[in-house]
Design a protein around this ligand. Structure first.
Ligand code: SF4
Length: 742
């Protein structure tokens, strides 16, 4: 093995592919293969392969910037930090602590997410903190908590996927969003399993499917209900499982039976024979899975939609069985860990509810503060951004670019401009940073050590491989310095391992228990799955009733009990692999929990809950003025708001700008030819981009990727209507009209 190589992980998506960073001739680092990491086994997509380009990019920030006379100018660190201290202090004095907002990101490491949440609540004393992960998987999290008492993206490792009998993939184009993961589906098919893809577009992923269903955007809930109706009427439910492992079936069953297949066909556009075929493929094998992503989740009924898919898994006895069940494919690099450690508006570290007195006591003790001093829940991401300039006067933002990624983005851009004070920490001058009063240049992934948690709940160590350029500091340094200037001298260490050790104590006994995970173990074991209690962590008596979610009314139960559920009695009999990371460790060390719920769910009674749900229309349906549906998504060469990937030449060349994908029938009606500039207009604004004409999309729908700012910004158009439970905006569907641009 090359001893000069540093094993680490990609900075981008939730797969968190393993890679080695090796010294390059130019003094930087280059990516080399790391075949020992089981998730990607050496494979990388173009984003991961080219990630080092941004480390030495001429466009990265290496000096703080301060706005003087309307212009951002280079400044020293002390001056910049003093200016932020002044801005936040003035707001607190004039308007109270809740007028200070904090906005984080799902790309921040666990340590940064933890420190940011603590900074908001302990230093600023504000309740107004949330993060861009609210825009990502919050509906799946809320639905998972309702049904299972716990949300972890995948409750089983990716390696289970090829060994199941059927996968229904709902609203995920993983061939483009996380290409190395496609091999799990390829291997599934090679093993004789079947793949059903549900997507309004015939994506690269859908092309792999045995059955592709293309519902109208915003109707996935009705589709799931129609499938459940057929499952019941064809006698394919698992009655023994329903009786022994679930509650609430009768109400959910009654709701589903009101959704006749013919009715569902009219709503979704998916024919009854296709529905029947999907039911057959899903129900015939002994094991099967449903995996959702942003398609069903980014809707104003996202929680109910995911709940309907979970009901399908429960009615057929899938969840909590080997090689089976429901899972969510989280999107952002640390989308999973980023939501566990306290940067969510309603949660404390360890996935604890902020309103739970026992949780507040536990975390306050770790933080050395009075529990009564901790603020309560704040606004969700969109609501927080929408309150800027009215209730929120100053904002500290780390690791996010809402000018491009928020729904109704032109409105959010105006709200950002109306702030009294905006400070942004980023690696480049993103579109949001360009509006700031102070911009802080911070270190990148390869320049700092930290942990992330991938979509499987596998906690990973990203290692520092290169010295950061002069002039940049880590986000942990920034929080340390600001805390000290604001009067809190202790409690914000700059050493990531020290922060992680405190995070472990704060999470002990909570749903996402990291107390048994150490940097040493992460280095030795290629990651550890949570929950992983420390040997002496009995789940402190006053904190085991902490619940994770926004709406759960029950406790998670005892983490030690959950740990006992890891292995089935006889792995050889049911095919469950026995080679879990760490399962051979001795000395009472907890091995981590790759598979959840095998004996009981994380609810008080151990039963999974059916949630009765019914179809309802999208917040905005087509009409005479806006007759077409818009759906948005990603392309393979860009990542999220594009702040990083648009600045990598190779990626930019591969995907230089937005486009409007439309069916030839719609193009003909409009008189548009391939490549013509078209204007897409919604009730919130307009975006211009070239037409891309393809039969792979429904004739009633257009698609735009959302990675770009400016006149082609897709999120100018999207609808901020919120899911009542998760507060997820409706990115995935709104009504538009399309015009050939003059
Ligand atoms: Fe892997 Fe995702 Fe990075 Fe691509 S972007 S290399 S799929 S972690």
């Amino acid at each position: 093995m090359d001893t000069s190589a540093t094993p680490t992980h990609c900075p981008y998506c939730a797969l968190q592919c393993g890679m080695n960073l090796t010294p390059a001739a130019d003094g930087g680092v280059e990516v080399t293969e790391r075949a020992d990491f089981p998730v990607n086994r050496g494979a990388l997509c173009g984003k991961g392969r080219t990630a080092p380009a941004l480390l030495s990019s001429r466009v990265r920030l290496t000096s703080p910037l301060i706005r003087n006379g309307g212009v951002l100018e280079p400044a020293g660190w002390d001056e910049a930090l003093d200016r932020i201290t002044e801005g936040l202090s003035r707001t607190r004095t004039e308007h109270g602590p809740d007028a200070c907002g904090v906005f984080g990101g799902g790309g921040l490491t666990n340590e940064k997410a933890y420190a940011l949440g603590k900074f908001a609540r302990v230093v600023l004393g504000t309740s107004q903190i949330d993060y861009n992960g609210r825009f990502c998987m919050s509906s799946a999290a809320a639905a998972g908590i309702k049904a299972f008492g716990l949300d972890r993206g995948l409750p089983f490792p990716l390696e289970d996927i090829p060994r199941t009998g059927c996968v229904i993939l709902v609203g995920s184009n993983l061939a483009e969003t996380m290409p190395p993961a496609l091999r799990y589906l390829t291997e599934l098919k090679e093993n004789g399993g079947t793949l059903i893809v549900i997507d309004p577009r015939r994506t690269r992923t859908a092309e792999q499917a045995d059955l592709h269903l293309a519902p109208r955007p915003g109707t996935d809930l009705a589709l799931a209900l129609g499938l459940l109706h057929l499952i019941v009427s064809e006698g394919r439910t698992d009655e023994e499982y329903i009786q022994s492992r679930t509650s609430g079936w009768e109400e959910a069953r009654a709701a589903a039976m009101a959704h006749w297949p013919e009715y569902v066909e009219r709503i979704t556009g998916v024919s009854v024979p296709q529905l029947r075929e999907a039911v057959r493929l899903f129900c015939e094998p002994e094991a099967a899975m449903v995996l959702t992503a942003r398609g069903p989740e980014q809707q104003s009924k996202g929680t109910d939609t995911v709940g309907a898919w979970i009901n399908l898994c429960l009615a057929t006895g899938r969840s909590g069985r080997p090689l089976s069940g429901y899972g969510c494919l989280t999107g952002q690099g640390n989308g999973q860990g980023g939501r566990e450690h306290g940067q969510k508006a309603d949660q404390l570290p360890g996935y604890r509810k902020l309103t739970d007195p026992a949780a507040r006591r536990h975390v306050a003790e770790v933080w050395g503060v009075d529990p009564d001093s901790l603020p309560g829940p704040g606004r969700s991401a969109y609501e927080l951004l929408d309150a800027m300039g009215t209730d929120i006067h100053s904002l500290l933002l780390m690791g996010s670019n809402p000018v491009v990624s928020a729904p109704h983005a032109a409105h959010i851009e105006e709200r950002l401009k109306s702030l009294d004070f905006l400070a942004v920490a980023d690696v480049v001058l993103s579109e949001t940073a360009a509006l700031a009063d102070v911009v802080l240049p911070v270190t990148q992934w390869a320049e700092e050590t930290g942990t992330t948690t991938n979509l499987e709940g596998r906690v990973l160590l990203r290692r520092r491989a290169i010295t950061p350029p002069e002039g940049v500091r880590s986000d942990l340094d920034v929080l340390h310095e600001l805390a000290a200037r604001l009067g809190v001298e202790k409690g914000f260490p700059t050493d990531p391992e020290e922060v992680f050790d405190e995070l472990r104590r704060a999470s002990a006994g909570g749903a996402a228990d990291y107390s048994g995970i150490t940097y040493r173990r992460l280095a030795e074991e290629n990651g550890v799955f949570w929950p992983c209690p420390a040997p002496d962590d009995t789940g402190s008596a006053d904190s085991t009733d902490s619940t994770a979610g926004t709406d759960s009314t029950v406790g998670f139960g005892d983490c030690e009990d959950a740990s006992l559920d890891v292995l089935p009695d006889d792995p050889a009999e049911d095919g469950t692999p026995a080679d879990f990371p760490g399962d051979t460790l001795d000395g009472g060390v907890h091995p981590g929990t790759p598979r959840l719920f095998l004996d009981r769910f994380a609810t008080e009674d151990g039963l999974a809950r059916f949630v009765p749900v019914s179809h309802r229309a999208a917040a905005e349906e087509p009409d005479d003025e806006y007759p077409v549906l818009l759906t948005t998504g990603r392309v393979v060469a860009q990542y999220q708001s594009g702040a990083q990937t648009r600045r990598v030449d190779e990626l930019n060349a591969a995907a230089p700008g937005p486009f409007v994908e439309m069916h030839p029938r719609l193009a003909e009606r409009l008189g548009a030819a391939d490549g013509d500039a078209v204007t897409v207009v919604s009730r919130r604004g307009r975006a211009v981009a070239p037409a891309r004409i393809t039969t792979s999309i429904r004739p009633d729908t257009v698609f735009m990727p959302f990675h770009w700012p400016g006149e082609g910004r897709a999120n100018t158009l999207t609808n901020p209507a919120l899911d009542p439970t998760s507060r997820m905006p409706e990115f995935k569907t709104c009504a538009v009209r399309v015009e050939v641009a003059k």
